[in-house]
Design a protein around this ligand. Sequence first.
Ligand SMILES: *[C@@H]1O[C@H](CO)[C@@H](O)[C@H](O)[C@H]1NC(C)=O
Ligand SMILES: *[C@@H]1O[C@H](CO)[C@@H](O)[C@H](O)[C@H]1NC(C)=O
Ligand SMILES: *[C@@H]1O[C@H](CO)[C@@H](O)[C@H](O)[C@H]1NC(C)=O
Length: 484
Amino acid sequence: MAITLLLPFLLLFPFLDLAQKGYAHGAAGQVNHLIETSSFLPATTCSSSISTIKDLENKQSSLNIVHRHGACSSLFLDEGQEKTKTSTEFDPEEFLKHDQMRVEALHFKLTKRSANTQEQSAKATVLPVQIGASLGTANYIVRVGFGTPAKYMSLIFDTGSDLTWIQCKPCSKFCYDQQDAIFNPSESTSYSTINCTTRICFESQYATGISPSCGDSASCVYGIQYGDQSFSLGYLVNETLSITSTDVVNKFTFGCGQNNQGLFGKAAGLLGLGRHRLSIVSQTLKKYGGRFSYCLPSTSSSNGRLTFGAQKRLPSSVKFTPMVKDSRGPSYYFLNLVGISVGGKKLAISASVFASSGTIIDSGTVISRLPRTAYTSLQSAFKQFMSSYRSAKPLSILDTCFNLTGYKEVRIPKIALLFKGGVTLDVDPSGLLFIRSIEQVCLAFAANQDDKDVGIIGNTQQQRMEVIYDVAKSKLGFVPGSCA
Ligand SMILES: *[C@@H]1O[C@H](CO)[C@@H](O)[C@H](O)[C@H]1NC(C)=O
Ligand SMILES: *[C@@H]1O[C@H](CO)[C@@H](O)[C@H](O)[C@H]1NC(C)=O
Ligand SMILES: *[C@@H]1O[C@H](CO)[C@@H](O)[C@H](O)[C@H]1NC(C)=O
């Protein structure tokens, strides 16, 4: 049975709020999008359709998603408190720098894996900085319940990691400030610790990259380190996980963090949606058949959703591309990207370029990364199409920018990513540009330094489409326009 979690939409990110005020989808066959530049203005207020935490918990079928930097991050405000943060506090350079940190950590990890590095021990007081993927900055937050009775917590959701963890009392070393009350195991009747001599404890190292150790009373001690020096250390435990009030996973294994530090915002922890052992997808394989899907909306007026299990209403038109196994990183969702088209024309990029880098789809990376050879080709076609517009200086990792001052509307080419199996991802217009201001509007793709580094389909390019993960059947599909 499919459990659909309706996400009352919360604005992802003020500068990407293209769709709200009107761009025209090119009619079928057209090669470009006509976008009104008034839509470039950052939204500073939230849509009134946003539910409060109370609404969400009453309905229970809704799971809230909020972007940490969105104008609508009201999830983290007290009830009734007005959103006072203005978009001017948002620093695009810092934001893109953190995105690059995530990508560099991810590249490092994938390169290191193949170089057969020795495992680190969770006992070590100084954890290696490089292990694990950086969390980046563009984190989507979901709310799920832990324990009996269920206590609902906001977690960062991440398809790039496996282990789920939350901060736990008594926070014997350190807990950072979080929005929800910190989970207290002693208030739950379904909590149990895991003995460090068990197989599940031993196997947690595949999810963390760090060997577990034995703590007090033979407890299993895990440690996980993210690329930006964020980390969580604590006990591996079993507990009841409530996805909704009626949809419950018993004996869900996750980390109960006693020492947690880093860039987690005010989230209570992280929900690991990776492909490998211990991820929520793996642990619920029987229940949901290894299926989940999400839709990342792009405007403040639309609804998104996260669905676990097979969907009832799958359009017959949906095509799937195979997920590829790659020894470099079993947690990641590797796909076979085979080409790119701009303005309806397929670029002349040799298939070997994509074959040698490999490509993953990642919910936590913001801007898609391409092998340099492929990026250069994309950039040149895009620039050619946009040649009537004045160019502007680069913005951090984005080097193809335009000054659109004075234009009421602009024409930008359609961009599509082509995958094995004839699957085409027509990037939504909201996923093509990163807008700092009307004077600096940039193509939202970037190049990898090394052509061997893995390519990444980031969340900007996944906006407004349903992304269907079928892990059991090892395939992934896109349904464009299935969320607004
Ligand atoms: C942990 O497991 C070992 C091996 O089965 C057992 O000897 C030990 O008593 C267990 N410890 C606790 C605290 O349950
Ligand atoms: C924890 O959960 C796992 C998976 O459900 C199960 O195999 C294991 O026996 C459980 N251990 C304890 C101590 O509950
Ligand atoms: C953008 O173009 C306008 C109009 O030509 C110009 O006045 C402005 O200085 C330009 N901005 C930048 C940052 O170059």
